[in-house]
Write a protein that binds this ligand. Structure first.
Ligand code: EPU
Length: 428
């Protein structure tokens, strides 16, 4: 069986450290191929999405060493610009290899990127931007082929703020000729970090942290050592775990400012938070206050990646809450799983109406995506009896070891690994 088994009811106490950020490290790994040299990344999380990106980079010719949490990428001998189909389909972040390959070699080919099935995930903004930068984009046999004899800076306005498209345009623009402007650029911390990383490599980027970026192309980039910042969604997950189970825990290697957009929701639901050096302490008696209305939106508003996790906590709130999902509406399907555990969540269009219940009961539920899987773990911590979460491999995409972290905090939780998972998992 491939799952997680939780016996609910244990209060959490103790401290754990927050891992490096998944959505920061993946585009930075892709960025490493812009330089024909060495990139050293510390605080790199050993999660399956990172291992999949390692496989993608190795396949095109990078030499990689991953010791403890330090990833060393030598991209001197990259020789291939056609990305392997099966590897590309494993993770969404494979798409951000297009920009760097186009910038360094003038061409790249790949099938549609994979990733969690959380709603429609087109790549039209990425391709439209490349076209503006003097590239051609042909789509045949379910593959995208981008090509440019001379990639040139352009003024690009994104119809809606897309994290991946902003990253891909930046990655192409840093080596393009002339100036690229991105209007309505995503301002998520992961985009800011990518820019800071690229500046460290010698890129010229103005407006970092704003929605108007100006990138002046340079001829070449240099080697870099860079530390990946903590994962704001993992931090939010463990804050919510404490709210569901009750208790008092300390999260090290993070700060309240990492939780922009959701910290106010955590406080609104009734948790007590305080900062200590580079740690956050959260205390909760397990009683949850309902939230009238939460809407997911791009940074700095409430992040879609916290939506399922907060829905899970609100299932036991004192009253009715409404969450509106404006980015990936398939994420609301988590309601079906929570309802199996006794929650009362009704989904109408892109809204979830959550009528808080006094208690939830453990049963067998299915993870359908990464954050939805983590949300079920949170529900299980606060439920009566045993919760079994099947298809828990999704959770490994973004959490180094959610069971070991929660066990350290006193939860009764364990993995039930298949042989296949044992081979793949963190030992890789
Ligand atoms: N969109 C388009 N066309 C495009 C690109 C995006 O219509 O060409 C739409 C999408 O359909 C969506 C919206 O724009 O409705 C925003 O999508 P975005 O491009 O910002 O998302 P992404 O880059 O595919 C990243 C994260 C997601 C996170 C979103 C939003 C990575 C690898 N993934 O995805 O993370 O939810 O930004 O913040 O960085 C996760 O970690 O669980 C996860 C799914």
């Amino acid at each position: 069986m491939d799952g997680i088994i939780i016996k609910g009811g244990s209060k959490l106490q103790g401290e754990i450290s927050i891992q490096g950020s998944k959505n920061t490290v993946l585009p930075i790994m892709a960025a490493s191929i812009l330089n024909s040299g060495i990139t050293v990344l510390s605080n790199c999380p050993r999660i399956s999405d990172v291992w999949d990106m390692v496989d993608l980079l190795k396949d095109i010719g990078c030499v990689i060493d991953f010791e403890e949490n330090t990833l060393i990428i030598n991209s001197k001998d990259v020789y291939k610009t056609e990305i392997d189909n099966a590897l590309a389909e494993k993770i969404r972040a494979s798409v951000v290899l297009l920009g760097p390959l186009l910038a360094r070699f003038g061409h790249a080919k790949m099938s549609r990127p994979g990733g969690c099935n959380i709603g429609s995930r087109p790549i039209n903004f990425h391709l439209d931007a490349f076209k503006k930068m003097n590239a051609t984009c042909d789509e045949t046999d379910n593959k995208v082929y981008v090509k440019s004899a001379k990639l040139t800076g352009a003024s690009i306005s994104l119809a809606c703020s897309s994290v991946g498209a902003t990253e891909n345009i930046i990655l192409a623009a840093v080596l393009a000729e002339g100036i690229t402007e991105i209007h309505n650029a995503a301002t998520e911390p992961e985009v800011v970090e990518l820019c800071q990383f690229l500046v460290g490599m010698g890129s010229k980027i103005m407006g970092i942290g704003t929605d108007n970026l100006k990138i002046t192309g340079v001829k070449c980039l240099q080697d870099i050592e860079y530390r990946i910042k903590p994962d704001r969604i993992v931090m939010g997950t463990y804050l919510c775990a404490c709210m569901s189970a009750g208790g008092e825990i300390t999260l090290k290697n993070c700060s309240l400012s990492d939780g922009v957009g959701y910290i106010d929701v955590i406080c609104g639901m009734g948790a007590m938070l305080r900062c200590e050096n580079d740690s956050i302490v959260i205390k909760s008696d397990g009683r949850i206050q309902a939230m009238n209305y939460i809407q997911t939106s791009p940074y700095p508003a409430f992040p879609t990646d916290m939506q399922s996790i907060v829905m899970s906590v609100l299932s036991k709130a004192d009253g009715t809450s409404i969450i509106e999902e404006t980015i990936f509406n398939k994420r609301l399907e988590l309601a079906l799983q929570l309802n199996k555990m006794g929650a009362i969540v009704e989904v109408k269009d892109n809204r979830a109406i959550i009528t808080g219940v006094d208690y939830m009961k453990g049963t067998t539920v299915n993870a359908k995506d990464l954050r939805g899987g983590a949300a079920l773990v949170i529900a299980g911590l606060g439920a009566e009896g045993i919760t079994t979460i099947e298809d828990s491999f999704y959770i490994r995409r973004g959490y180094v070891d959610i069971c070991s972290d929660l066990k350290k905090l006193g939860a009764d939780i364990k993995w039930e690994k298949t042989n296949q998972e044992k081979e793949k998992g963190t030992q890789k």
